[in-house]
Design a protein around this ligand. Structure first.
Ligand SMILES: Nc1ncnc2c1ncn2[C@@H]1O[C@H](COP(=O)(O)OP(=O)(O)OP(=O)(O)O)[C@@H](O)[C@H]1O
Length: 872
């Protein structure tokens, strides 16, 4: 019956071609067989011709990967308007317009406009440079194509952007699924769909002849794979059904790009909301106080609004993007490290825990076979031959593109495989089960097949027929080998009646243990120094490996890292999430970790307040790379890993990680210093204005003066994006802890306010009885505000910088510019229009005294704060 239905469908007319930019045929809904779908796409099992592929590329356009799609300027502008500070500023602008304070409203709206434009163009430029850097990391897909109709089909690598609907593609472990595809053939295939569904465990997929009912959910059909996912293990051949904007990922996420909430976002978020609450509180406070003390009415509102505006760090987004883009460009230029997501550079500077896999990071990942032992621990070359037969046939039958390092070492050691048994089936290695199986048939030996299983010792022993005592003895034998630093593969076999049907994991039981293959892997030459360097920078290193606990511990010891008590994945499984966090903090080495364990440990560490970086290169590291604050990988990692990592290193070298972290601290340090200095001065000014507004019979500054002063501050503070931070900043993770930060800005804000109030006294003294005392007061305060701001920039930024003997940097120059404007603007022709009068010379003498005192207090407070921070 089913056959007849299939034959009927095969004879059914092919659906007409839809217009360009639409998929050629719905990928699953039609319920077409694989062959019908191939025909509907004008393709065949031998793929498209090169000419046809070129025509389709022109028709359907480039197949851009999700992470590489551009954000339009319009969306960027809308996003910048959604920023909470901008929203509050807009509200204050509207409020000013409502009470017809047109001057204030215009200045506020211009501030919003200028900061949005600067932000959009800064982000656009930064994104362009990231796109250029990303272009250095080409991602390819393996397509089956023909030179012309009659020619043989060939597989070749093409840039992912050139994949077109109708292409036949090959997929292997670590490949990105280049477009939406329908599986034609698949062997042991599982894909990571985390970017699509949020689910971190790989999902099994298989080819089906006739699609039936699929489980609910757009990404659930088992015979379809989607752009945005990647192959965890297994292999497949598939037909491309939709590319670029027509893919399901593009459709599902067109409504808005999903941004990860980074460590930086978390800290800035906390600080921003505290400030915003303060901003919202300021106008009513000023109004009420003005009414109660001076009987003023709504005419105080523009001043109240201007005071609130004075708190805003408008330049924050601009300073952030500029500092990060410059840092990323320098990293790429000087160290060939590519940052694929800009905020990750800031987070890299905050990383205080770095999780690593072992192989290739601490060791060279060039394992060599050092021995083959039987169950008694005696040399037995037969064990190596079984392992090699398994490696050879899993490689060939599962259609894997390249052997992994252990298989390669086994094949190298075993040399010729010529007249061994023939492989008839294979279940390739997967990092969750940590096993690989081959089914072998010896020529001339009918009716019996041999199952050869190799893998991690515990997993193989679990499938062998052994009593508890013997199992424990074999585990001890393996532990003794591992304690010497060897990597291990256990080998077991079983005789089974030959069969035509499929072999499955359920067949891997009742095995006979054959022995162990041992491997040596030399230590990475730079690892020991880099570990010490990272420790000196306050970065805790943790090893998350799939390997034996003994091997991992010995490698750490050899590198001078105390492994302490190794936690195995089984032990971690027995802990709740709440228990795992503290345990993970205490532990340096985690062994026998599968992909999910690595991700769970990273998540647990983040939950305890750490900023976690993860360095890995294999598909088994994907969930952890997603889970970490910053994912790092070497350039030669598989495509899927490179596409999900935030930072791509030129090589897998801990020293390169150290350099990248330093660059992150450089950019992050500048952003932190900017925020500290800006907000403490802003807050200080606001405190002082509120206090004097209560005391004075007139406003201490007119709204226009507050806003001009704000503009001058903003312009000067851009210099922070270009500064070289002091060595002290580079010595520890740059972390904005909202509490400590708020303590800092209120402390220094109060010192600033004290200087302002002292100036108030000086002004009262020197301008008392003067003819134009209001104008003189305004001018005096304006000058003092800019000079104190300039002082703060130099003292809070400079300190150790000066001791390090460096020449004046951009911040010093900007501070100088600010001071000059502060002194000269009131005296210039701009003074009178801004309602600023002239000041008696005595004022300047007394002001110099106030400033000298202020500088002395600042230095003392800064050093005390520095000592407290060092101790904390
Ligand atoms: N090709 C293979 N066939 C069978 N078993 C393997 C194979 N490769 C690795 N194993 C087993 O699986 C265990 C875990 O290996 P895997 O490569 O998943 O670890 P990993 O987490 O990548 O290790 P590392 O942290 O050292 O990079 C190994 O100790 C080994 O016993």
């Amino acid at each position: 019956m089913a056959e007849r239905a299939a034959a009927f469908r095969a004879a059914a007319p092919v659906p007409p071609r839809p217009p360009a930019h639409e998929p050629l045929a719905p990928p699953d809904a039609a319920g077409l067989t694989a062959l019908q779908l191939l025909r509907a796409h004008g393709s065949g099992p031998r793929g498209l011709t090169e000419d046809e592929a070129a025509r389709r590329l022109a028709r359907y356009g480039e197949n851009a990967l999700p992470a590489r799609r551009r954000v339009t300027r319009r969306r960027r502008l809308l996003r910048s308007l959604r920023d909470p500070f901008t929203t509050v500023l807009l509200c204050l602008g509207v409020l000013s317009a409502v009470v017809a304070a047109w001057g204030t409203a215009t200045v506020i709206l211009s501030l919003v406009l200028v900061s949005c434009v600067l932000r959009v163009s800064g982000e656009h430029r930064a994104d362009r440079s990231v796109a250029l850097l990303r272009a250095l990391l080409p991602t390819t897909a393996t397509v089956v194509r023909r030179a012309e109709d009659a020619a043989e089909s060939r597989t070749r690598e093409v840039p992912v952007g050139e994949v077109v609907p109708g292409d036949v593609v090959r997929l292997g472990p670590g490949d990105l699924v280049p477009a939406d595809v329908r599986l034609l053939r698949a062997t042991g295939l599982s894909v990571h769909q985390q970017a699509l569904t949020g689910e971190s465990a790989p999902v099994p997929k298989h080819a089906v002849q006739e699609p039936g009912e699929s489980p609910p959910g757009p990404f659930a059909p088992p015979h379809l794979c989607f752009q945005g996912s990647s192959v965890a293990y297994g292999s497949a051949t598939a037909l491309v059904t939709a590319t670029g904007a027509a893919t399901r990922f593009a459709a599902a996420h067109r409504a808005g790009d999903r941004r990860r909430f980074t460590a930086f976002d978390r800290s800035v978020h906390g600080i921003s909301w505290t400030l915003i609450r303060f901003m919202l509180l300021t106008p009513p406070l000023v109004l009420v106080a003005g009414a109660a003390l001076h009987g003023r009415g709504l005419e105080t509102l523009p001043f109240a609004v201007a005071v609130a505006v004075g708190l805003t760090p408008e330049m924050l987004p601009v300073v952030v993007t500029t500092a990060l883009a410059r840092g990323a460009a320098r990293l790429a230029r000087e160290h060939r490290v590519i940052v694929t997501r800009l905020p990750a550079l800031h987070d890299l500077g905050s990383v205080d825990v770095l999780c690593l896999d072992k192989t290739g990071t601490l060791t060279q990942d060039r394992p060599v076979v050092t021995g083959a032992l039987d169950a008694e621990g005696r040399d037995d070359p037969e064990v190596l031959r079984w392992a090699a037969a398994n490696a050879w046939w899993t490689l060939h039958l599962a259609d894997l593109p390249v052997p992994d390092a252990l298989d390669e070492a086994v094949l190298e050691a075993a040399q010729e495989m010529a007249d061994g048994p023939e492989g008839v089936a294979a279940l390739p290695f997967d990092p969750v089960r940590r096993l690989s199986t081959a089914v072998l048939r010896t020529p001339g030996r009918l009716g019996r097949d041999t199952l050869v299983v190799k893998g991690a010792v515990e997993q193989v022993l679990d499938r062998c027929v052994l009593d508890a005592e013997e199992r424990a003895r074999l585990l001890d034998l393996a532990a003794a080998e591992a304690a010497a630093g060897s990597r291990l593969l256990a080998v077991a076999v079983a005789e089974r009646p030959a069969r035509h049907g499929e072999w499955s994991h359920a067949d891997e039981r009742g095995l006979t243990f054959r022995g162990l293959v041992t491997f040596g892997d030399a230590l990475a030459p730079t690892a020991a120094d880099a570990l010490a360097e990272l420790a000196g920078r306050g970065v805790g290193v943790k090893i998350l490996t799939g390997d034996h606990p003994g091997t991992a511990a010995q490698v750490c010891r050899a590198l001078g890292l105390d492994p302490g008590r190794v936690l195995t994945a089984d032990e971690a499984d027995r802990l709740t999430d709440a228990e795992l966090g503290p345990a993970a903090r205490r532990t340096a080495v985690f062994a026998r970790c599968g992909p999910e364990h690595k991700a769970r440990i990273v998540t647990a560490l983040r939950a305890t307040g750490h900023t976690v970086g993860f360095l890995g290169d294999g598909v088994n590291d994907l969930p952890a790379l997603h889970a970490a604050d910053v994912g790092l990988c070497p350039r030669e990692s598989v495509d899927a890993v490179r596409e999900c990592a935030d930072v791509v290193l030129a090589e897998k070298d801990l020293a390169a990680v150290d350099r990248a972290i330093t660059a992150g601290r450089h950019s992050g340090g500048n952003i932190g210093t900017y925020l500290r200095i800006t907000l403490s001065s802003n807050l200080g000014n606001v405190f002082a204005m509120l206090a004097t507004a209560l005391l004075l019979p007139f406003l201490p500054m007119l709204p226009a003066q507050v806003l001009v002063q704000n503009l001058c501050f903003d312009a000067a503070q851009l210099a922070f994006a270009y500064e070289r931070p002091s060595r002290a900043v580079l010595r520890r993770p740059t972390r904005l802890r909202p509490r400590g930060f708020l303590r800092f800005i209120t402390g220094f804000g109060l010192i600033n306010a004290a200087a302002d109030v002292a100036t108030f006294g000086v002004l009262a003294l020197t301008t008392h009885g003067a003819h134009a005392s209001q104008e003189a007061f305004h001018a005096g305060w304006f000058t003092e505000n800019l000079l104190t701001q300039a002082l703060v920039m130099i003292v809070l930024r400079g300190g150790r910088h000066a001791a390090e003997g460096r020449t004046a940097g951009p911040v010093h120059r900007a501070a100088l510019g600010l001071a000059v404007i502060g002194v000269l603007l009131p005296l210039s022709p701009l003074g009178p229009p801004l309602a600023m009068g002239t000041l008696p010379p005595l004022y300047y003498v007394l002001l110099a005294t106030v400033l000298a005192l202020y500088a002395a207090v600042l230095v003392v407070a800064r050093d005390r704060y520095g000592r407290a921070a060092d101790a904390g």
